[in-house]
Design a protein around this ligand. Structure first.
Ligand code: SAH
Length: 257
């Protein structure tokens, strides 16, 4: 049965490059008050730290269980939907949604059995473009234009509250029939992007151009498509064949000389 506690365990709050340990503690408290427990920390500047414990105000379990990762992609492992919270619209052209819509999307995914990540940026710099590029949508809390940036833990609170309200509502989406193939998770997508980047090199696609922009565009395309595992296997197969043909062509050219 779909219960709020089951759904809550499929959601994780990811804090990226947090500077102030106090904010980690306050975020843990915010998460815990709304019935969530899972926090993942990506390259925190200081953690564990007494300030984090003090501001967690009893939400120690959340801190004790928090995963610590060197890279955002590791903190997303197992999740198939990542929603990045950002005060500012960035160069990355992602769909922009409200916290309410984000809660609806997150719960719909959780009800389908998927895991979801809510991703928060550093206090000063927010989420960088390459971090947002790993998200499926950008969530903006509708603050005023000329003073748009909330304190990190307060932004976590707003998002956690929206999720809680959505979970308590009567209109929880019904569980659909199980996917015949699960959607690919963040780690599988990352492996695919590496294969794609390597193949583009092998077939000499870039012709001296800088690959960063095209890779961001391609990421956006595939993030939008949200391929499942079977579809990803087909794509890997196509890439592997392209690499093989490029190898043969190179051999021919080399042999022809
Ligand atoms: N100067 C940074 C602000 C960082 S605040 C910037 O412009 O992005 C720290 C984090 O809190 C942000 O990375 C974001 O995850 C969250 N946050 C703060 N204000 C927000 C808002 N209005 N909407 C969505 N997220 C917000």
């Amino acid at each position: 049965m779909t219960t709020a506690a089951n759904l809550a365990s499929q959601l994780r709050f990811v804090l990226v490059r947090t500077s102030h340990p106090g904010n980690i503690g306050s975020a843990a408290r915010a998460i815990r008050t709304m019935g969530f427990e899972r926090m993942e920390l990506v390259a925190p500047h200081r953690f564990p730290d007494p300030e984090a414990s003090a501001l967690a105000a009893g939400a120690d379990e959340v801190l004790a269980r928090a995963g610590i990762h060197a890279e955002l992609v590791h903190s997303l492992a197992g999740s198939s939907l990542a929603l990045g919270l950002s005060a500012r619209r960035r160069g990355v052209n992602l769909p922009e949604i409200s916290p309410h819509e984000a809660a609806q999307q997150a719960l719909a995914a959780a009800v389908r059995g998927e895991q979801v990540a809510l991703v928060f940026g550093n206090e000063r710099t927010g989420l960088e473009n390459d971090e947002l590029a790993r998200c499926h949508a950008m969530v903006r809390i509708p603050s005023v234009e000329d003073f748009s940036s909330l304190n990190l833990a307060q932004a976590v609170q707003v998002m956690a509250y929206e999720l809680r309200v959505a979970m308590l509502g009567d209109d929880l989406p019904a569980a659909p029939p199980a996917h015949d193939e699960p959607p690919a998770d963040a780690a599988q997508m990352e492996q695919f992007y590496r294969h794609l980047a390597q193949t583009l090199d092998d077939i000499e696609f870039h012709k001296g151009r800088e690959p960063t922009t095209i890779m961001l565009r391609l990421r956006k395309l595939f993030q939008r498509a949200q391929p499942d595992e079977r579809e990803l296997r087909v794509l890997h197969g196509i890439l592997a064949d392209a690499q093989r043909m490029a190898g043969i062509a190179n051999g021919r050219i080399a042999g022809g000389k």
